[in-house]
Design a protein around this ligand. Structure first.
Ligand code: NAD
Length: 494
């Protein structure tokens, strides 16, 4: 056992040598964590209580007082470099656990582990660069501006990319010298705890710098967000939940970073490399079975190529292979839960009623499909821009398609929702890519590609898609506070 939170865990795969350090605080009831493909038990998990959240924050507060941790970026960097290596050494068991718990394809799970390791490694390098600046203020005074860690950071994560989204907040928060309390989504506790155990075992990591609490958002997440000992909340999840988090943090003016929902537009112009744009449109919406915040869920296609492009896309979508996500031949994995399946069905029904469903409509019948949380890919045309199917984040394999006549109309359609997380532009006209890229309000705009993320590049949302930025150098500075030390060597004050 890597921690005391798993009562039963038939699929547990990691066996970490050496003495294990406890980093979870959980003494409440247990809940079952099941495989969305087979419904088999992944783990019976002990949840945390509100008192456990108090204990976790106290533990982190105490650990943060250690001056060595706060002031020694070299030590922090070395711990994070070692952690990145450990993640890579365990990629296969971690990927298998991720697939069993979350349902994503094994190929995607592997890339998530490698991507998480890269994120940790990037911030391991930056841990030694949290520096400030000094300047003269006349002849006898000078200033030193420092970047200091904030204190206790709560990291609250969703279930769709549970490790990447955790690491892009946890790694910079630790690199900057904070103490962290992590609260994963209750659908993905096992992969989170197993991956964190590889960090917690590092003998140089001070006791209490990393703590994990488990359980529902309504109880455990809420207690963490409302805790006065938490200095910053790094939250990734739905826009509605994020707005509630910010409201509670505002009561005593604590800092938040919010990475929220999206309804991203993917714009295909007639001059694009159409085969590549087709691949891009598929990848944009069907990655993680559409359960990705940056999903390109609104496809806008220039009218002159619209009929042929959409016909080819529908053919490709109908050819996706639903199946066991551990089978490398599977190209469309199940959704994370039956709840998510219900949400997707509701939106597809609405789309069918208000527009035209272009893709196949009957799930294959076999034991696997009957047991799992599967959904067919759905491409829906002829919807009004005001339709809920066009406006709301669905978080499933549902794509709306719309023709446009010119650049201005395309930009207008792209801008029509309350979200501003990402967009895609497919064109061979560099001037157009620049113009449209600048015009669209989104934190990431991909040109002739989609869903490529790099630790070096900041991500985040405009409008209701978020506040603040993660990744890149800015993603590190978000976890710091600025302090001016002002020195004056005059013998009298005035
Ligand atoms: P969610 O908002 O339901 O939950 C996210 C996390 O918040 C979970 O750990 C949950 O337990 C916790 N939580 C829920 N209620 C809470 C409360 N009242 N107080 C404190 N914590 C609470 O989101 P989800 O369903 O897990 O994830 C899907 C959503 O996340 C989608 O909207 C998606 O777009 C968004 N997302 C955004 C990004 C991004 O980078 N912008 C990345 C991934 C997912």
């Amino acid at each position: 056992m890597t921690s005391g939170v798993f009562e039963r865990a038939p699929w547990r795969v990691l066996s970490i040598p050496g003495p294990q350090r406890t980093f979870t605080v959980a003494s409440g009831d247990t809940f079952e964590d099941c495989d969305p493909t087979t419904q088999e038990l992944v783990a019976e998990v002990r949840s945390s209580t509100v008192d456990d959240v108090d204990r976790a924050v106290d533990r982190a507060t105490h650990a943060f007082r250690s001056a060595r941790w706060r002031n020694d970026g070299a030590v922090r960097g070395r711990i994070l470099f070692r952690y990145a290596e450990r993640l890579r050494e365990h990629v296969e068991p971690l990927a298998e656990l991720l697939t069993r718990e979350q349902g994503k394809t094994i190929g995607e799970a592997r890339s998530e582990i490698f991507g998480s390791a890269e994120m940790v490694e990037y911030y391991a390098g930056l841990a030694r660069t949290v520096d400030g600046r000094a300047f003269a203020l006349g002849d006898e005074a000078h200033g030193v501006v420092l970047r200091e860690p904030l204190g206790v950071v709560a990291v609250i994560t969703p279930w769709n990319w549970p490790l990447t989204l955790l690491m892009r907040a946890l790694a910079p928060a630790l690199a900057a010298g904070n103490a962290c309390v992590v609260k994963p989504a209750s659908l993905t506790p096992a992969i989170t705890v197993e991956a964190l155990a590889l960090l917690a075992q590092d003998p140089d990591l001070p006791e209490g710098i990393l703590t994990c609490v488990l359980g529902s958002g309504g109880v455990v997440g809420n207690a963490l967000v409302s805790h006065p000992g938490v200095h910053m909340i790094a939250f990734t999840g739905e826009s509605g939940t994020g707005i509630g988090v910010m409201r509670r943090a505002a009561e005593d003016l604590r800092k938040v970073s919010l990475e929220l929902g999206g309804k991203s537009a993917n714009l295909v112009f007639a001059d694009a490399h159409l085969d590549k744009a087709l691949d891009g449109a598929m990848n944009a919406i069907f990655t993680t079975t559409g359960q990705i915040c940056t999903a390109g869920s609104r496809l806008l296609v220039e009218s002159s190529i619209y009929p042929e492009f959409v016909e080819r896309l529908v053919e490709r979508a109908n050819a996706l292979k639903l199946g066991d996500p551990l089978d490398p031949a599977t190209t469309l994995a199940p959704l994370v839960s039956f709840i998510q399946q219900g949400v997707v069905r509701k939106f597809v029904d609405l789309g069918r009623a208000e527009g035209t469903l272009l893709t196949d409509d009957v799930l294959p019948t076999n034991d696997l499909i009957a047991a799992g949380c599967f959904a067919l890919p759905a491409i829906i045309a002829d919807l009004a821009q005001g339709s809920r199917v066009v406006q709301e984040e669905i978080f499933g394999p549902v794509l709306t398609v719309h023709p446009f006549d010119d650049e201005q109309e395309a930009i207008g359609f792209a801008e029509i929702t309350e979200f501003g997380l990402a967009a895609g532009i497919w064109t061979t006209d560099l001037d157009r890519a620049w113009r449209v890229g600048r015009a669209v309000h989104a934190g990431t705009v991909w040109i002739n590609t989609y869903h490529h993320f790099y630790p070096e590049a900041e991500v985040g949302g405009f409008k209701k898609s978020g506040l603040g930025r993660q990744q890149g150098p800015v993603g590190l500075l978000e976890f710091t506070e600025t302090k001016h030390l002002n020195f004056d060597s005059r013998t009298t004050l005035w």
